[in-house]
Design a protein. Sequence first.
Lengths: 410, 430
Amino acid sequence: MRRLPRLPAPAAGLVPSSSSMGLTTTTTTTTTALRAPAASVTGTAWIPSPRLGNDRRHLSTTAPNAARLKKPTFEFDLDLAPEHEPETHTRRQPVAAPFRYPCGRRNAPRPDELDNDATYRPAETADGLEEVGGLADWWDKPEHWGPKGAAEYVRSVVGWFGPVEKVTDPALLEVLVKRAVVEALAVARSAKGRSLEARAEVEQVFAHTANGAYKLQDIVAVSIQPSGSEVATLEKAEAARVWDVLRGAVPPDGAAGQAKKKKKRLLQRTLVRPEHAQELIDSPSWDKGWKKAVLRNAVAKFWAAKRIQQLTGHHIADSKLIGDVTVGAILKMLEEPVKPPKLAELLQNKAAFEGLPNVRVFPRRVTPIDKDKMEGRWKIITRELKERDLPIIGTGGYSGAVEKRWVEGK
Amino acid sequence: MKRLRLDQWTGQLLLARPGAASVSASAPRAVLRSTTPLSRCAAVRCQSTAAAASPSIPAQGTPEDEYIDGTDHARFPPLENLPPRATSMPSPPPSRALESAKLAALHARLALPEKLPLQTLARALVDASADPSPDFNNSTLAFVGQSLIHYHVGEYLMCRYPRLPMDILYAAMKGYAGHTTLHHVARSWGVEHAAAPGGEVDPGLLQFSMHKPGDAITGFGYQRAELKYLRKYNWRHSISSRIVFDDDFGEIVDPEAQRETLGRRTDTQYGDAFTRSLAERAYANCTRAVVGALYTHAGREPAKAFVRAHILSRHLDLSQLFAFKKPAKELSLLCAREDFEPPVARLLSETGRLSRTPVFVVGIFSGKDKLGEAAGPSLEHARAKAAMNALKSWYLYSPGEHVRVPSDMLAEEAKPWEPVHIDVGEIIGR
């Protein structure tokens, strides 16, 4: 049988110190299951033979008295920051994260160290003791995620997804989709290369101009079918202009105070209002036939879908973007489908059962208790239950999951 | 012939004073069949209504606490607008009859005319044990219906089987119009019953109580003077006396026994033969009440058609009801009375006489006419059976299925009456 590697020997005093077991005092009784002789399998009683020597694995020992206990010393520093990974592993680039990691360990004083407190009496049960310390709830505390909190951190890394509530106003949707398509076409054309850096740059730009109203009119006024062709494209100059407009929103690094002011201004101009969107659509400069434009470029399509999500909150599945996709089709995807009417509403509207005396339509589900009431049984049931002091509805707190509640400490 | 103005009776019956029926003492008294209201006849005539408790004024001294049904009204708002304290009412108010789908379906299923309102049909479903007030229960309607059913069934049997012996006729009456039969009729209509009566119950359900006694009109006849001795010494009461005194099924009219039966209701347990019989009574009364309601609102002819369609259309094998004691003697007496030649039994064929299972086919002849024939395992057995068959063929003589009955003459433009066959009478007393 394989031998297990030996652990470094703990200090001699590091033994379980329960003195109330009443074991017979034996010296170092050692057992190694791995060294059992083969004959022991057949049924003869296997008596652990006392072994002398340096075998340090103990099953049980006599309870040493307190005087013999030494203070345990910890040889490791349990600092969990990533910089302290052992040398044998390949080093990763340190990630600049705003997190606060747990480091250091604080020890509570042990009973024998409390010489000055005479009122201290060690507890015998766990009732009423409070839990102190531990790492289970470390990441539940928002200050450990950084100065701005977890949401901000996620957004800074991953980018902005979109508003929680989806935009439903059709005029607003049209305007924002146009904006998204224009920006996507500009990005597809102007962003240099398809490298990760270029993509990161685009993400940053989009994150900073996520509010719908920033330079909306400028961007939306661009024509996406300049040559009258079916395919949506931007002229090179237009694309560059739009890209510059967008990039202008990103505050340069280091200008912290100005960034704050700009952010304030951006925030003040948030979120296009539906009336404003309607005005834009009704204005004569709005291209009425723009919905027929076809998006063919894959990069443009997916950037458009991403931008639509950021501006409107609607998510378009990738499967819907295969092949030639017209802008009109995209707008239809964003429309909420008309919910089919419920049977109860249909019956009420059509009045299907009006005038039929042998049909009764109820406004809600007929429960078994309602049936009992109609048959006159319910009053008997309630009377008998009241007589016996039993709950009429529910279990009166006597449900079957009481052991689960005990285990969970409720 | 004088027409019975039952419609006048029903008007007064429906509003009869409760507790009017009283039991008189020893001697049997006859009553004139007239149009006097029930309340005046009651002192003279003995009905087998047994009102155990005075049903007139129910206990109103203790208003019940407000009924809390224990459900969450915010989550499950009540489905119906019930009047307050509906559960303490003995039966649903008549206005609720218009809202019940079950009631309307029953009305349509029975093809009842529109003249019969839903409120009356709802009342026909309330038994006297559920609601003691005769203004709201079906006791009076059931009485009218019972009279009509017995009348039509009786005349049909008498005209169709003129030679039927009286005890067989009584058994046939019970087979067509007894409690069990009418209970089956009501069940076949799809009438369901409520678990417990109350004001919140669906009016389309039959409501009766197994715990409270109620007026149960079970028969109409005379109380015999020797009633105590009949019960105590088990005296025989002849058929002739039954025709005069007893009810339409030939059963003794015994108000005390009825009262005792009703009193047993108060401490019934669920689910035994007695409770089943209570349910049968309630269903039978419901059937009678429907007939009574139909007569009250639609008249005589629709009620007769209803009885023919639902009750007389049922099949009853009368030949199974016979039980002869001395068939050969009876047959010879019959032949003597009718001036036939005395009956002679002749062996027509046989097989296996010495075997374990012989079969003898015996015919009984009167002269050259064969009166009856039967097969049996022994000569005596075969002769007895043949005599029984001969007697049955005599007693079950029928002019035909579509025989005219006396109530046909009540119709307008009825053809002149041709007398039906009236038999001499029974051959031997039973």
